[in-house]
Design a protein around this ligand. Sequence first.
Ligand code: TUI
Length: 315
Amino acid sequence: MIETRITKLLDIKYPLIQGGMAWVSSASLIAAVSNAGGLGVFGSGSLEPDLVREEIRKIKSLTDKPFGVNVMLMMPTAPGVVDVCIEEKVSVVTTGAGNPAPYVKRFKDAGIKVVPVVSSVALAKRLERSGVDAVIAEGHESGGHVGEITTMVLIPQIADAIKIPVIAAGGIADGRGIAAAFALGAEAVQMGTRFILAKECHAHINYKQAVLKARDRDTVMTGQKLGHPVRVIRNKLTKEYIDREFGGATNEELEEMGKGRLKLSVIDGDCCQGSVMAGQISGMLKKEQTAQEIILELEEDYRKVFERLQSFKPI
Ligand code: TUI
């Protein structure tokens, strides 16, 4: 498709990264994405370090290609998960929901590439100084835990502010999105929501159906009052949660109400009372495919967009 600093850095064929999604990104999905030439990423979420190690070993048994692990920094398990990533010598660590600077030296000393998710220019600059290899600039369109700035606005500002390569995330799921990300200054894209619909993704069929059914305006923000905004598909839970959030519930009550909700939808398939995290691009997604079909379709789709853009070339 295209060779960039990211394909070289991560030793992958395509500049395509599957976002690490807690509970959703199972070993089978990660291996399928990496075997197809992208970078599969395991979302360790709130898992205990020993379970993360088990999953890493399962992935290693399914692929000899590079893959990544996402460390969710706001979880109390994060320091233990960092130790496991270092002991298991994973190729790449991505981080989310916090500042990974305290861990960068240990990762680099272990030969691990560090690619944090950022949602502001300030953090991107700070992390470049701390020695990370690249950043994933994730816009407000994304699913799950999100920042405030949209992808369209965030990518060019971060690309202008730092020298290390930028990976764009948030609202990207086809060749048009990839071409747009490159135009804005990114050198690869990360996609989460589209890979929920990979056949190798073990998320419950009800979760996949919720993504397939969603239209453009069907995601909402929860957790704004707690200071951890999370984008999910609207359902019975979000109605009750938002009513209580803006109806005077305490932070403790809201924390309690949110506990275990992601597993409830992804694993148990309760998409009424569970938290169905997905991006705004859900409205565009209409079918399940294998990871390889997704990646080959993206390549073909990107090529067509590129050809179309040639006709706009100034004479
Ligand atoms: O991490 C994500 N997305 C996620 S994690 C997740 S699991 C979860 N489970 C239950 C409740 C909430 C989440 C679901 N989705 N994306 C990466 C991301 N990181 N987006 C935004 C940020 C971010 C935010 C603030 C990164 C750094 C940051 O900096 C804070 C600081 O210290 O400056």
